[in-house]
Design a protein around this ligand. Structure first.
Ligand code: SF4
Ligand code: SF4
Ligand code: SF4
Length: 401
C-alpha cells in the first residue's frame, strides 16, 4: 500500500499524531512544527470563512530552485506528500505549485497528480491571496511521504557546490561537508558566512534553500551579491514597495561598487534598507534576499573597502578594475586580435603595434585567446608605458631610449 493510501486509511487524527510523534517540521524558510503550521492555517481560514487549500511550493525567495530535484527525481513521492498534508490539514483541496518557468515539468505531473486530487499549477505564490491557505515546502512533502512509507529519517536537505541534493543530519558541521581550505566565504542558504563560522552545524546555519557554496579567492563577493540581487529583483512580483524599491536600491549599490563608483555611505544605506525589507515584507523574497547583501557587506568589509576605496577587485572579476593592454615589445602587428574584437576597439595595421581602446573594450578576452604571441595582458595592477599613436613594430623601444 502506498503512503497516501495508508494515510487515507488512518484518517486525519491518526495522521496528525504520526506527524507529531516523528517531529516533522515545515521546511524551507518557515521552520516550525508541521502540526502547528497546519493548525494555524486552518484557524486563519476558519476565521475568514474561507475553504482551506493545501499548497505545496518552493519559497518565493528561492531563485536557485535546487529543491526541484526532489520533484524531478521522484514526482509521485512529492505528490503523495502533498496529498497527505491535505489530509492532515483537514481539506480535500490540494495544489502543487511550481515556479512559472517550469511549465514543462508541471505538464508532466498533471496526469500523475490527478488520482490524488492534487492540482498542479505554475505560479509565483501570491502571499496575500494565499493568506488562508496552508503553504508547505516541497521538501516537507518528501518528509511526509517518507513518514507514511515508514522510512522517514530526520535531517536537512542540502546541495554542496551544485552537487546532488542529499539529506544529512542537522548536527553535521558545514566544515565537514566542503573543503574550506581555499574558502574566502561560504554561502549557506540566503547568507554568506566566513570559513570560521562554518564550524557550526547545518541546523545552526540552516540552508533554507538547500544551498551551500564555497567562494574562493577567485570569486568576488561583491559581484556574486550583485548577481544574486539581480536574480531576486527580476523574480520579485513587485507588489510591495519595500521589496520592489529595496531590491532596486540594493542591486544598484552593488552594481555601482563593481563598476568602480562605490561610495562609503553604501554600507549604512544597505543596512537601513535591508533591515526595513526584512521586517516590512510579507513573503520570503523581501525577508530573505536582503540578507544576501547584509551578510556580504557586514562580514566581508575588506572586500568592499578594496572596491570602494582602493578601486581594485581582489579576485580580478570586476571588469571596471581590470586593465588590458598589448605589450608593445612583443606585438608583431599580425592583426589577429583586431579580427576577433567584437567591439572594434583595437586599432592597428599590418606591421604596426596594435592598441586597445580601454573605454570601449568590455574585457571579453577574445583578443587574448587570439594572440599567438601572448602579448595581450589582463591585469589588476599597473600597466607599463604604452604607445599613444600607431607605431611600427620594433620602433617603440627605440623611441623611449
Ligand atoms: S515581498 Fe516581494 S515578492 Fe513577496 S509579495 Fe512583496 S513584492 Fe512580491
Ligand atoms: S577584450 Fe574583447 S572587447 Fe576588449 S579589446 Fe579584446 S576582444 Fe576587444
Ligand atoms: S594578435 Fe597579438 S601580435 Fe598580433 S597584432 Fe594583436 S597583439 Fe599584436
Amino acid at each position: 500500500m502506498g503512503a497516501y493510501a495508508k494515510a487515507k486509511e488512518l484518517g486525519r487524527e491518526a495522521v496528525l499524531e504520526k506527524i507529531d510523534s516523528l517531529g516533522i517540521c515545515e521546511t524551507g524558510v518557515y521552520r516550525e512544527k508541521m502540526t502547528d503550521h497546519l493548525k494555524a492555517a486552518e484557524e486563519a481560514a476558519a476565521k475568514e470563512g474561507e475553504e482551506l487549500c493545501l499548497v505545496a511550493a518552493l519559497n518565493n525567495a528561492d531563485t536557485d530552485c535546487v529543491f526541484l530535484e526532489l520533484v524531478k527525481k521522484d514526482p509521485e513521492k512529492i505528490i503523495e506528500g502533498c496529498a497527505i498534508a491535505a489530509i492532515a490539514a483537514g481539506t480535500e483541496k490540494a495544489a502543487l505549485v511550481l515556479p512559472e518557468k517550469e511549465e514543462e515539468l508541471a505538464a508532466s505531473l498533471r496526469e500523475k497528480a490527478a488520482p490524488y486530487g492534487v492540482e498542479v499549477r505554475n505560479e509565483f505564490i501570491n502571499i496575500r491571496r494565499n493568506a488562508c491557505n496552508a503553504l508547505i515546502h516541497l521538501a516537507a512533502c518528501a518528509d511526509l511521504a517518507d513518514a507514511f512509507n515508514d522510512c522517514y529519517v530526520p535531517g536537512i536537505y542540502v546541495s554542496v557546490n551544485g552537487g546532488e541534493l542529499q539529506k544529512l543530519p542537522e548536527e553535521k558541521k558545514i566544515s565537514e561537508l566542503a573543503d574550506l581550505s581555499e574558502a574566502k566565504a561560504v554561502q549557506v542558504g540566503y547568507r554568506y558566512f566566513t570559513a570560521e563560522e562554518c564550524e557550526a552545524s547545518l541546523g545552526q546555519l540552516y540552508p533554507a534553500n538547500g544551498m551551500i557554496r564555497v567562494l574562493t579567492q577567485k570569486d568576488c563577493i561583491v559581484d556574486d551579491t550583485q548577481k544574486k540581487l539581480h536574480q531576486s529583483r527580476t523574480q520579485s512580483c513587485g507588489k510591495c514597495v519595500f521589496c520592489r524599491e529595496g531590491l532596486i536600491q540594493l542591486e544598484f549599490m552593488q552594481t555601482e561598487i563593481t563598476a568602480g563608483r562605490g561610495k562609503g555611505e553604501f554600507a549604512d544605506l544597505t543596512k537601513e534598507i535591508g533591515e526595513a525589507m526584512c521586517y516590512s515584507t510579507p513573503c520570503s523574497m523581501g525577508q530573505q534576499c536582503a540578507g544576501i547583501a547584509l551578510s556580504a557587506m557586514g562580514k566581508f568589509p575588506d572586500e568592499y573597502e578594496a572596491h570602494i576605496k582602493k578601486k581594485s577587485c581582489p579576485a580580478g572579476v570586476c571588469k571596471a578594475f581590470i586593465r588590458i593592454y598589448v605589450d608593445p615589445s612583443d606585438c608583431t602587428g599580425c592583426g589577429d586580435c583586431l579580427d576577433v574584437c567584437p567591439k572594434n576597439c583595437i586599432e592597428g595595421k599590418p606591421k604596426y603595434i596594435h592598441m586597445i581602446d580601454e573605454i570601449d573594450c568590455d574585457r571579453c578576452g577574445k583578443c587574448v585567446e587570439a594572440c599567438e604571441e601572448e602579448c595581450i595582458h589582463i591585469t589588476t595592477g599597473k600597466v607599463p608605458k604604452l604607445p599613444d599613436r600607431l607605431t611600427k613594430v620594433g620602433k617603440f623601444k627605440k623611441k623611449r631610449h
